[in-house]
Design a protein around this ligand. Sequence first.
Ligand SMILES: *Cc1c(COP(=O)(O)O)cnc(C)c1O
Length: 452
Amino acid sequence: MQTKILLDEGEMPKRWYNIQADLSTPLDPPLHPATGKPVTPDDLRQIFPMELIRQEMSTERYIDIPTEVRDILTLWRPSPLYRARRLEAALKTPAKIYYKWEGVSPPGSHKPNSAIPQAYYNREAGIERLATETGAGQWGSSLAFATSLFDMECTIYMVRASYEQKPYRKVMMQVYGAECIPSPSPRTQSGRAILERDPDTPGSLGIAISEAVEDAVSHENTNYSLGSVLNHVCLHQTVIGQEAREQLAAVEAYPDVVIGCVGGGTNFAGLSFPFAGDKLTGKHPETEIVAVEPAACPSLTKGLYAYDFGDVAGLTPLLRMFTLGHDFVPPSIHAGGLRYHGMSPLVSRLVQDGVVRPVAYHQNDVFSAAVQFARTEGIIVAPEAAHAVKAAIDEALRCRKTGEAKTILFSCSGHGNFDLSSYEAYFAGSLVDYEYPAELIKESLSRLPVTG
Ligand SMILES: *Cc1c(COP(=O)(O)O)cnc(C)c1O
């Protein structure tokens, strides 16, 4: 009866898997916001180091992980894969539920898997400071952790709603030596413009991205760093799925269903892309791959597959992705990391191609699942990860009805030890299940940039 499946340090993947190699046609290129033409590596050099630009555009199937990056990742990797036996018993399901546990990283989520290589490549390129945004604070604390290891400075624009809901993440960034500023802030033009229009705005990831990009563009020694959405971030996260596939192989299993929550899409990408690759190349064509989003910010289930900006101010390249419109400000639900108007272009493409199926849940159902998980498996998950827990439980309950003994694998992307105020709100009955604001979405989609 094996519950925890572990790999040795030496078994940590030596390469990242690039799903761009296995798409039937290339991904639509990002477009320059001013010219509408495909962006060139030169356009991106103002904010990213060359190696990350190369990875962003690469169609090589595997990219080597630098030794210095692997050495740091082994502080917590390979991460454990668990069989959720107590949850299975509570659900009386014939399904086997496995979860890949990314909460073991020092900052407590999957995000350092990309923060470490991003800081590394920037330092190699001679960059001294990174500017970034953070939603719930997970990315900010991960980049702060990474920059501290590489002796770099770090400035973090934190979405105001989370800055107020999650004060301890901010302290964590401070411990790692980074500067954390509530966004929108008076520091940047984009921040000032929004504060003038709406001084009480809860902020959004789109606004914070505008501020961080502006900061990077206007400082010579500073680059911008993004914790989600982009292809190179999905790439760095594929250590998760590669490990999980090996761990399952060790118990002679392969998942029928792979589940992850999606904000910008990267923990989901990290777990699912190696399996999606097996699906695309015909090795395992039947695998069901499920992306879970909040009903309050439903880009995959209610958005459009279109070119849109990654930020509110329209500073970033246009990405072809599922979007709710770049100026859509989602309600301030407690899964702050899932409050993004867009979605990774790679995840979007897989949804568009029918390889990935999206579902959306309301936050009270999500927290109820998280509490059941905590009371059976012990882990108090982040509100984001709770979306994946909910979907896994639903799938296991379907199996109870049909009698199928499916193997379910889900991404447990981080712990919720700093998110207890969200659980408190859930127990107090004060969490609102925002019905998806159809009118708002229609309105912001009417302002999509015109391309082509
Ligand atoms: C940031 C975060 C997410 C959402 O980001 P993705 O890029 O979609 O993975 C999910 N879970 C946790 C724990 C996070 O910190």
